[in-house]
Design a protein around this ligand. Structure first.
Ligand SMILES: [Zn+2]
Length: 77
């Protein structure tokens, strides 16, 4: 296991994630709800939460934290 913890915890817009707009920090593969292995409902603050995702291409696992700030930063209107 690589010792780079930062890459295993990314912040993303939940809506982008739902539409596979989030990429794996290891190989750049698009990931989304289909690749969630575990959901975390207990991560503050509201809204959403976080999820553990397993990349379908490189098989790395990482945590996606759904952040309101990230929503604002990545939202396209
Ligand atoms: Zn990957």
């Amino acid at each position: 296991m690589p010792a780079i913890d930062q890459r295993r915890r990314i912040t993303a817009d939940r809506r982008a994630f739902n539409h596979y707009g989030v990429v794996c920090p290891f190989c750049g593969e698009n990931v989304g709800p289909r690749f969630v292995t575990r959901e975390h409902l207990d991560v503050p603050p509201n809204p959403p939460y976080a999820a553990t995702v397993r990349c379908p291409r490189c098989k790395e696992e990482f945590e996606v934290i759904f952040s309101a700030d990230a929503v604002r930063a990545t939202e396209r209107r």
